[in-house]
Design a protein around this ligand. Structure first.
Ligand SMILES: [Fe+2]
Ligand SMILES: [Fe+2]
Length: 196
C-alpha cells in the first residue's frame, strides 16, 4: 500500500496530467465544432468547450487548495487520442460518416477523462482533501453527462445516416435519402427514438 506521501505525489502528478489534457481539449474542441455537419453535434461540441474551460478553472482551484502552482505535464494519452481522432476524421469523406467518426473520437476522450477524474477524486478522498475531491467530482459528473449525450446523438441520427449513405453505394434507394442537417433539424423525431 502506498504511503500517504506517495499518494499525495500521485494525486499531484495526475492533476498535472489532467490539466494538460483539458488544455489540449480547449484547442481541439473548436476544430470539432467547426467540422461537425449536424447542428446538434456542433452545439454539443460548443457546449462542451465551455464546460472544458470551467474544468481548467476547477483544476486551478484544486492546485490552489493543495498549495502547488497550476502547471501541466504533457498528457501523452490525450495527445494520442486527439491525433488518432484527427486521422480518422481526415479519412471520412461523407459528412454523416465524419460526424459519426467525430462522436466516436469524442467518446474515447470522455472515457479517458472519466477514468482520470475518477481516480484523482478517489485519491483526494483518501487523502482527506475534501474540497479537491468535490471539485473533481463536479467535473466527473459533467464528463459522464457529455458521454451520455454523445451516445444519444450517435444513436439518434449520425450512425443511422452513415449506414444509409453506405447502403446507397450498393443500390439506389430513392425512398430513403439521407437527410442533411442543413435542410432540417438533426434531432430525430420522437417516433424514431421510440423504435429503439
Ligand atoms: Fe473535461
Ligand atoms: Fe470532456
Amino acid at each position: 500500500m502506498a504511503s500517504m506521501d506517495t499518494l499525495s505525489e500521485l494525486l499531484q502528478d495526475e492533476l498535472k496530467d489532467i490539466y494538460d489534457a483539458e488544455k489540449q481539449l480547449t484547442k481541439a474542441l473548436p476544430k470539432l465544432a467547426k467540422k461537425a455537419t449536424a447542428e446538434d453535434l456542433k452545439e454539443a461540441f460548443e457546449e462542451h468547450l465551455r464546460q472544458t474551460e470551467e474544468h481548467v478553472e476547477r483544476l486551478e482551484q484544486a492546485f490552489e487548495h493543495l498549495g502547488i502552482p497550476a502547471k501541466g505535464k504533457k498528457c501523452k494519452g490525450m495527445q494520442n487520442l486527439i491525433a488518432e481522432g484527427e486521422d480518422m476524421i481526415g479519412d471520412a469523406e461523407e459528412d454523416a460518416v465524419r460526424d459519426a467518426v467525430m462522436i466516436a473520437a469524442a467518446q474515447k476522450v470522455e472515457h479517458y477523462e472519466i477514468a482520470a477524474y475518477g481516480t484523482a477524486r478517489t485519491w483526494a478522498n483518501m487523502l482527506g482533501q475534501d474540497d479537491v475531491a468535490s471539485l473533481l467530482e463536479q467535473t466527473l459528473e459533467e464528463e459522464k453527462e457529455t458521454d451520455l449525450k454523445l451516445t444519444e446523438l450517435a444513436e439518434g441520427f449520425v450512425n443511422q445516416a452513415a449506414a444509409e449513405e453506405g447502403g446507397e453505394e450498393e443500390e439506389a434507394r430513392p425512398s430513403r435519402t439521407v437527410r442533411r442537417s442543413s435542410s432540417r433539424s438533426a434531432r430525430p423525431a420522437a417516433a424514431d427514438r421510440k423504435r429503439r
